[in-house]
Design a protein around this ligand. Structure first.
Ligand code: 1GP
Length: 240
């Protein structure tokens, strides 16, 4: 299965995609089966695994448990090079384009290159754009970069376009995990109207209404983590 081709086909068919984000530091592996029973009854189409940090190196264990439990594509969303598991299906190869920290623009990517060259992971070059979500998120702290204000639509748009022109295959607008304010609909619409590659949106989305708003504004794939971590009954509102 080619993960990117599936995303492109879904976009062409206007089929919206939902990724459940699993943070290896917080996920309890013993709950994998019951968690995925709920995932499978929902409209979720992808599983993302990652976090800003993974201090106990749980990624490998968590990915193994997930792969034993689901046929949904499992895509790494790594905070750094230590979070690469060969057991996943693909990886968001992220460049933090909103920041000016070379570590997350190119250094981590160079450190990952030889590992990825030997792997079978589908590599998805992704322009990652951190937007101010109203609170200092882990992404902001760990990357030591400043997010773009939601008022600076022009900068968000130009950053996304620069990503596309540099050859990124996806653009990810990120308000940060647990953001108070998710990426606003005007930004999603403007970026989506101007991009020809698929648009991922995440951070602070915790209701069906917000999910639909993000989709209607033009997000092709929405990522939700915290809302499922807090209460798995949220899956009941997202039944197929
Ligand atoms: C964070 O975009 C993802 O990287 C999801 O954010 O945890 O707030 O859903 P939440």
């Amino acid at each position: 299965v080619n993960i990117y081709q599936n995303i492109i086909s879904a976009k062409a068919a206007n089929k919206k995609l939902l990724a459940v984000l699993i943070d290896p530091e917080k996920f309890e592996v013993e709950n994998t089966v019951s968690f995925f029973e709920k995932v499978h009854q929902s409209i979720a189409t992808h599983i993302f695994v990652g976090g800003s940090t993974d201090e106990k190196n749980q990624t490998e264990n968590v990915v193994s448990a997930i792969k034993e439990t689901t046929d949904l594509p499992v895509i790494l969303f790594p905070g750094d090079v230590s979070q690469i598991s060969q057991k996943a299906d693909g990886i968001l190869f992220l460049s933090l384009l909103s920041g000016r920290n070379p570590e997350y623009l190119i250094e981590q990517q160079i450190k990952a290159a030889s590992i990825l060259k030997k792997s079978d992971l589908d590599i998805l070059p992704t322009g990652y754009i951190l937007i101010d979500g109203g609170t200092k998120t882990a992404t902001q702290k760990v990357s030591n970069t400043t997010p773009i204000s939601q008022d600076n639509l022009k900068l968000v748009l130009n950053t996304a376009l620069a990503g596309e022109f540099s050859g990124k295959k996806l653009i990810y607008l990120e308000a940060g995990s647990g953001a108070k304010i998710s990426v606003n609909e005007n930004i999603i619409k403007a970026v989506s109207d101007n991009l020809s590659i698929p648009l991922i949106v995440g951070g602070g989305i915790c209701s069906k209404k917000q999910l639909d708003e993000a989709f209607n504004a033009g997000a092709d794939l929405v990522v939700i983590g915290t809302a499922f971590e807090k209460d798995t009954s949220f899956f009941n509102q997202l039944k197929k």
